[in-house]
Design a protein around this ligand. Sequence first.
Ligand code: CTP
Ligand SMILES: C[C@](O)(CO)[C@H](O)COP(=O)(O)O
Length: 242
Amino acid sequence: MNAPKSTPTAARCYALLPCAGTGSRAGTAQPKQYQPVAGVPMVQHTLTAFAQVARLAGVLVVVAPGDGVLTSDAAARRTVAPCGGATRAESVLNGLNHLLAHGAAPGDWVLVHDAARCLVTPAQIDALIDACLPDAVGGLLALPLPDTLKAEAGGRVAATVDRSDKWLAQTPQMFRIGALRDAYAAQAASGFAGFAGLTDEASAIEATGAQPLLVRGSAQNFKVTYPEDFALAEAILRSRNA
Ligand SMILES: Nc1ccn([C@@H]2O[C@H](COP(=O)(O)OP(=O)(O)OP(=O)(O)O)[C@@H](O)[C@H]2O)c(=O)n1
Ligand SMILES: C[C@](O)(CO)[C@H](O)COP(=O)(O)O
């Protein structure tokens, strides 16, 4: 008698939004992700974009311990976990461990996205998923450098750098949960010393020798970082809704 054929389970896709920063460069009284933009807290725009991507199995929002602004919402497939760390890297690593401890499999995918990139669109998220699902490594949204690039020394130009192979890394960044957790854990073991403190997921994966896929994003998917960024984000959101 033939053994019953087992059906391989398709890998699921989760989103992980690090949302535990203080926004020290933004100059706001409260953490920048809660600053109103076009009438609602900035992170609400990010959550709305991810809620519209139906093929996500769940959205995990990593907030700082004691932060009670956001709540979990089963109908929206959203979980809020107060496991943020002192750095973005620590918040992401804690979030990856939370996903694995709550039903995600190491072979499932995760899209890590800054809460502060509130202009991301469902179409951009879908484009990244489409590009990465067939890929062995995974990848990230990124943008070819649009400006001439200068290296600086003492406030003066030391050199003009060839920009033909330079891209600006954005988020989401999409990798297998287990591979990303292991890559992050290896960096954590060395105190996140490499790659200037490990500022994105791709850096952790690169450190394992793999080469993430670059998927062209949009200049509108910028990270709200400085005080002047809020007005630009608000103008773009209002123009989209007009
Ligand atoms: N300890 C931290 C630091 C950052 N982040 C999150 O990582 C994303 C990108 O980080 P960044 O824009 O640098 O945010 P902040 O660290 O809050 O800003 P700053 O560096 O100006 O303080 C943000 O959504 C932020 O909330 C996080 O979850 N945990
Ligand atoms: C992950 C990231 O958005 C890629 O551009 C960025 O590195 C995060 O911001 P930070 O200022 O480096 O924390």
